[in-house]
Design a protein around this ligand. Structure first.
Ligand SMILES: [Zn+2]
Ligand SMILES: [Zn+2]
Length: 305
């Protein structure tokens, strides 16, 4: 069974929230870890509404310093303080976040009960997080201010040894790890059994590329080749390409074109302008270029597979 790897959409709206749509935030769960991508206004209420474990979030990634991507952070930090959090919290963002938060602490004369560790994103740092199972790298977006997407990738897994081979060859414990790493089996009589006869391929690594906000760009396309799920902003529909370019955002058709060129398995659209009430037309328009297109809507849990 593959480990859990999915994203829960907390907000799908561009700049202006609507009565139905919140601004940008989503929680990516991989195995037992929870990562918050963007933290717009209302994020903490959405975390509660969708029953996500607030206290299990230790890493928050902010794509850029436009309000519709981070204004929920001061409130979430305050809530953590009231709940008595003592674990450190890691915040990854372009420069400026620490200043914004510190001035709020200063004026309210209240410092939180836990440490906030700020990681400033810059163009030269790609790998920003890793653990045993996954790594997270930045992707360069093309927007009005410095903006980063995030590529969350599973690390390659060890090979699986066939059960039948374990019994047949009585594989000794000390050779198990080497065989899982791809080595051949050397039997007690010196006979060599090739690795491919006794193991099967592990599941291929999965990845999630989160791209918001950006105008259409192919500058990171090579790095998201074959990604399991591409989340790409589509602030406007295709007929508003001029406004999209001027505001440095993308359209449905552009998001779909990138998904197609990158050979993504699925495309998830989001960051819709508040001017649109109905979203089905977004999906249809993008699907005319890239059929595996889905809409990000509040509460959706989208598998990364
Ligand atoms: Zn935005
Ligand atoms: Zn923006």
């Amino acid at each position: 069974m593959p480990e859990i790897f999915h994203t829960t959409i907390l907000g799908s709206s561009a700049a202006l929230p609507t009565s139905l749509r919140h601004t940008s935030a989503q929680v990516v769960q991989h195995h037992n870890r929870f990562f918050l991508l963007d933290c717009a206004e209302g994020t903490q209420m959405q975390l509660r509404r969708f029953k996500l474990p607030l206290m299990k979030i230790d890493h928050i990634f902010i794509s850029h310093m436009h309000g519709d991507h981070y204004l929920g952070l001061p409130g979430l930090l305050f809530t953590y303080h009231l709940l008595g959090r003592d674990k450190a919290l890691h915040v990854y963002s372009p420069p400026g976040m620490q200043q914004i938060i510190e001035i709020q602490y200063e004026i309210s004369q209240l410092r939180p009960s836990f440490d906030v560790v700020y990681h400033e994103l810059t163009d030269d740092a790609r790998l920003i997080y890793e653990d045993q199972r996954i790594q997270i790298e930045t992707l360069p977006m093309d927007h009005r201010i410095p903006t980063y997407g995030f590529l969350i990738s599973e690390k390659p897994r060890l090979r699986n040894i066939r059960k039948s081979a374990i019994t047949k060859h009585r594989i000794p414990q000390e050779q198990m790890t080497l065989i899982k790493q791809g080595e051949d089996l050397v039997a007690t009589d010196g006979q060599v059994v090739p690795n491919e006869q006794i193991t099967i391929d592990p599941p291929p690594p999965r990845s999630y590329a989160f791209c918001s906000d950006t105008k259409y760009t192919e500058q990171f396309m090579e790095r998201i080749k074959g990604t399991s799920l591409l989340y790409h902003e589509a602030t406007f529909m295709g007929d508003k390409a001029d406004i999209a370019r001027e505001k440095m955002h993308s359209t449905t058709l552009e998001a779909a074109t990138l998904a197609k060129k990158a050979g993504a398995k699925k495309l998830l659209l989001g960051h819709y302008s508040a001017r649109y009430k109905e979203l089905e037309a977004f999906r249809e328009e993008a699907a005319s270029v890239f059929p595996e297109t889905y809409l990000a809507e509040e509460g959706d849990v989208v598998n990364i597979e």
